[in-house]
Design a protein around this ligand. Structure first.
Ligand SMILES: C[S@@+](CC[C@H](N)C(=O)[O-])C[C@H]1O[C@@H](n2cnc3c(N)ncnc32)[C@H](O)[C@@H]1O
Length: 240
């Protein structure tokens, strides 16, 4: 059975193609970003696309399987990948023009992987707040932070059946929000690149308003960024 990390990486590649990466590149150029740190870079699909467009930097991810995929499939002379928990970002001395943490990675800060216990809401929220602070520390003055979270409209809808059909991917499943426990549960099953997948994960979620409030503690300018090709999450940006 395929792992959650591999399933996510292959699905993410299908969902976030060249047109999405063009939009991210345009946002970065507009904000004079040339060097990037991507936290929770996954298999490096987006960072590699940005390197192809002239950006350079570092991708970190806490999951060695993701970094292995990145090194095998998304190598580029302008980027390096490192297995590192972003809560240990203090180990990196360098500062970057921009930091990216997308694909709803923030909410998995303490518990990416299937079957992991869902930690209490306050524990996750304080880890997210700490993460945002550490990310701002790695940004040069006037640099950009781009993060994301689930959309308010999806939280309000509470349950969504999903059917995902892409070349070599056929998945059906469900996304549920437990509003009392503040937990988001995903489940999917089907075939991904010829391998069976069945699984999902649970995590505490943070709303766009809550995430904006955390970012405002570090930045004067915070805004919701619209991307035409981001169909799943709410992007939020800030200038340090
Ligand atoms: C949903 S995946 C998104 C991956 C990638 N950004 C994408 O969109 O394809 C979440 C990723 O965040 C990583 N992650 C979560 N918490 C982390 C942490 N504290 N430090 C480093 N990586 C983390 C996981 O290992 C996983 O690869």
């Amino acid at each position: 059975m395929m792992s959650l990390s591999k399933e996510w990486a292959l699905l993410s590649r299908a969902m976030y193609g060249q047109k999405f990466i063009d939009e991210v590149a345009a946002l970065l150029r507009k904000n004079k970003v040339k060097t990037i740190l991507e936290c929770g870079c996954g298999d490096g699909n987006v960072l590699r696309g940005l390197a192809d467009r002239g950006f350079s930097g570092l991708g970190i991810d806490g999951d060695p399987e993701m970094i292995q995929m990145a090194n095998q499939e998304h190598k580029h002379p302008n980027i390096k990948y490192l297995t590192l928990n972003w809560l240990e970002l203090g180990k990196i001395a360098e500062k970057y023009d921009g930091v990216i943490c997308r694909g709803n990675s923030l909410s998995y800060v303490l518990n990416w992987k299937e079957g992991k216990e869902v930690l209490p809401e306050m524990v996750i929220k304080s880890a997210i707040a700490k993460s945002i602070g550490l990310m701002f520390e790695r940004i040069k003055p006037s640099g950009l932070l781009y993060v994301d979270t689930v959309r308010q409209e999806d939280i309000d809808a509470s349950t969504r059946e999903i059917a995902l059909e892409y070349p070599r991917i056929s998945l059906k499943g469900r996304i549920e929000y437990d509003l009392e426990r503040r937990v988001r549960k995903t489940y999917g099953e089907g075939v991904v690149w010829g391998e069976e997948f069945r699984g999902g994960c649970e995590s505490v979620f943070i709303t766009p308003n809550e995430l904006e409030e955390v970012m405002k503690q570090h930045a004067a300018r915070v805004w919701r960024q619209k991307f035409r090709y981001e169909k799943n999450y709410q992007a939020i940006c800030a200038i340090k």
